[in-house]
Design a protein around this ligand. Structure first.
Ligand code: FPP
Length: 245
């Protein structure tokens, strides 16, 4: 049973993205190790995927690990990567059954081969699903994405100089196809938990007109009610895209 107003149901965002923050603080408040916050955070992810399916959101993405997060202590990085493997093993049957397409985007060259193989097999297995696309941004940063796009464009023009004019005539939509998010609509709503009000190098190009919502809840406490409240808040926003209404 979804407890949402008619206005919210009419204005469901196509793409919701979540910056999951506050796992460490959640654990510290309980006198636990930081990794306990990440464990509990996986359940919040699970719940949000279910809530997104119920609400009719078509794309749900999460910022699971940034390029900067590689600088965390080795043990924490290892635990987070281990959690990814465990979560895929635990939830892939359910995601597939519910028609969820599973996608991982980011600088995958930095992930180890075993993890990349499991990710590939989950992505292949669910590639035909179309109820919800669930994207995990892993080893991702917005500046990295824009830079890798620019490099790919530069290589294309070096290898094919006759394409120079086509590239000079390119508009912003043309550049979209070089980003790792090519083909995925820009997020309509980005929610960041834990009271921090910044994007932290997340989807920088793609968030040009995204509605931003900052909530105080720590990520492990962010559950279905919080997700639905975020949809309620989005439905009340007035999006003008720089135009006059
Ligand atoms: C931010 O909290 C959270 C992260 C850097 C990792 C988020 C990862 C998960 C919830 C688990 C992995 C995800 C999947 C899909 C298996 P923080 O550690 O920066 O918290 P703090 O700011 O309170 O220290």
């Amino acid at each position: 049973m979804i407890d949402m107003s008619a206005e919210t149901m009419k204005n469901v965002p196509v793409h919701v993205s979540l910056i999951m923050d506050g796992n460490g603080r959640w654990a510290k408040e309980r006198g636990q190790e930081r990794v306990q916050g990440h464990f509990e955070g996986v359940e919040s992810v699970h719940v949000c995927v279910q809530a997104a399916v119920k609400a009719g959101v078509k794309y749900l993405s999460i910022f699971a690990f940034s390029e900067e997060n590689w600088n965390r202590p080795e043990a924490e990085v290892g635990s987070l990567m281990g959690l990814m493997v465990k979560a895929m093993a635990t939830y892939m049957d359910e995601l597939d059954r519910e028609g969820v397409k599973f996608v991982v985007l980011g600088n995958r060259a930095r992930l180890d081969d075993g993890l990349n193989r499991i990710i590939d097999s989950c992505m292949e297995r669910t590639a035909h699903n179309d109820r919800l696309t669930f994207i995990i941004f892993l080893s991702y940063s917005g500046k990295w994405d824009i830079l890798q796009a620019a490099k790919r464009m530069a290589v294309e023009i070096l290898e094919c100089p006759e394409r120079r004019d086509e590239i000079l005539d390119m508009d912003v939509n043309g550049f979209d196809r070089y980003l790792v998010t090519a083909g995925i609509p820009d997020p309509d709503l980005i929610v960041r938990t834990s009271g921090e009000s910044r994007l932290s190098n997340y989807l920088l190009w793609q968030s040009a007109y995204t509605e931003l919502l900052f909530v105080d809840t720590l990520w492990p406490d962010f559950r279905e009610k919080d997700f639905n409240e975020a949809l309620e808040a989005y439905a009340k926003r007035d999006r003008r895209y720089g135009k006059v209404k």
